[in-house]
Design a protein around this ligand. Structure first.
Ligand code: ADP
Ligand code: MG
Length: 330
């Protein structure tokens, strides 16, 4: 079983940033409002994620690290409407098979916590442990038992950069969650939460500046349009904004950060048609549609999605941005 998990880890866990992504998404699925991320040596030595979410009952800790044990969907039909970020039940067993892993948790309302260690796939015993409510996952010495993969890890700064980039894309989408990051014992990043849902939009804008630079935050053009069961909202760079580069393109489908060539093309085309230049436009765009109209189960890491009606989505994005940009020119 360890071998099967290690093979799955090859798809889910590419580098420290993929571990951070899976663990933080679990925290979000558990309703966390605050997530602490402690890293050492670019995450290779240590990744510790602590959340204040619902927690896991002591008796269910072994299940959480068992293969295909997800608490999030009950049948394949549920895949059609999946609203949580995770659902395959492979992340924890995969990560635990290629690291020194521990999972500690205390359910909200319980007096005690409990923890479980997994060492290179060997699952230990559940033991009581004093813990605050929520869940803490520790991943030490990533790929220590898979030299072939360890070899592909890059310098500390490169791995840290990948983690920070992913966290930036998360911070843009979730201004309601506080994120604190430390690296090698020093606080390195803090995204404050919006506190209440009411000021979410104000904070979203503040985060835009915090994340993509004050320039972008100040001049970004707000977009919000709905038609045919699709909604596109977010911000795009104004024509005058010249520092746009390909690394400032954020697309979320139903809250999930994805890359999609067809949507990226629609955005680029709208810019080119209105502004007559082919620079990389900067944008943070959220596309929302009925989950049944999009398949997120294309790749284990869920970076890609497949739209049931890709043409419609493309044309909707193109038309929305074309009209928004054209308005600024009028
Ligand atoms: P998935 O997210 O696809 O369900 P994972 O392997 O990532 O699979 O997690 C397995 C299960 O462990 C989850 O379904 C959930 O029940 C539980 N779990 C994992 N992380 C957390 C967390 N931070 N808080 C609460 N429950 C968690
Ligand atoms: Mg998960």
């Amino acid at each position: 079983d360890t071998l099967v998990n290690q093979i799955a880890a090859g798809e889910v866990v590419e580098r420290p940033a993929s571990v951070v992504k899976e663990l933080v998404e679990n925290a979000l699925d558990a309703g966390a409002r605050r997530i602490d991320i402690d890293l050492e040596e670019g995450g290779v030595r240590l990744i510790r994620i602590r959340d204040d979410g619902i927690g896991i009952a002591a008796g269910e800790l072994p299940l959480a690290v068992a293969r295909h044990a997800t608490s999030k969907i009950a049948s394949l039909d549920d895949l059609e409407t999946v609203a949580t970020l995770g659902f395959r039940g492979e992340a924890l067993p995969s990560i635990a098979s290629v690291s020194r892993f521990s999972l500690g948790s205390r359910r909200q309302g319980d007096d005690h916590g409990a923890a479980l260690s997994v060492d290179g796939g060997r699952i230990g015993e559940v033991a009581p442990k004093p813990l605050p409510p929520g869940t803490t996952v520790e991943v030490r010495d990533l790929f220590y038992n898979v030299p072939a993969r360890r070899k592909f890890l890059r310098k500390e700064r490169t791995e840290l950069g990948h983690i920070e980039e992913w966290l930036r894309s998360l911070a843009l989408a979730r201004p309601d969650v506080e994120l604190r990051v430390s690296h090698n014992g020093k606080p390195s990043r803090r995204y404050r939460s919006s506190g209440t849902a009411l000021d979410r939009d104000g904070f979203a804008l503040a985060r835009l500046g915090e994340t993509l630079g004050e320039d972008f935050g100040r001049q970004a053009l707000r977009v919000d349009h709905a038609a045919a069961g699709l909604r596109l909202h977010g911000w795009i760079a104004q024509p005058a904004y010249s520092r746009a580069s390909a690394d400032q393109q954020y697309l979320y489908v139903n809250g999930r950060a994805v890359r999609d060539r067809s949507v990226a093309h629609a955005v680029r085309q709208a810019y080119a048609d209105v502004l007559f230049h082919g620079r990389h436009p900067a944008y943070v765009l959220f596309l929302e549609l009925d989950p049944a109209r999009v398949d997120v189960n294309v790749h284990p890491a869920k970076h890609e999605v497949r739209f049931r009606d890709a043409r419609l989505v493309h044309d909707f994005v193109y038309r929305t941005l074309h009209d928004s940009l054209a308005d600024t020119r009028a």
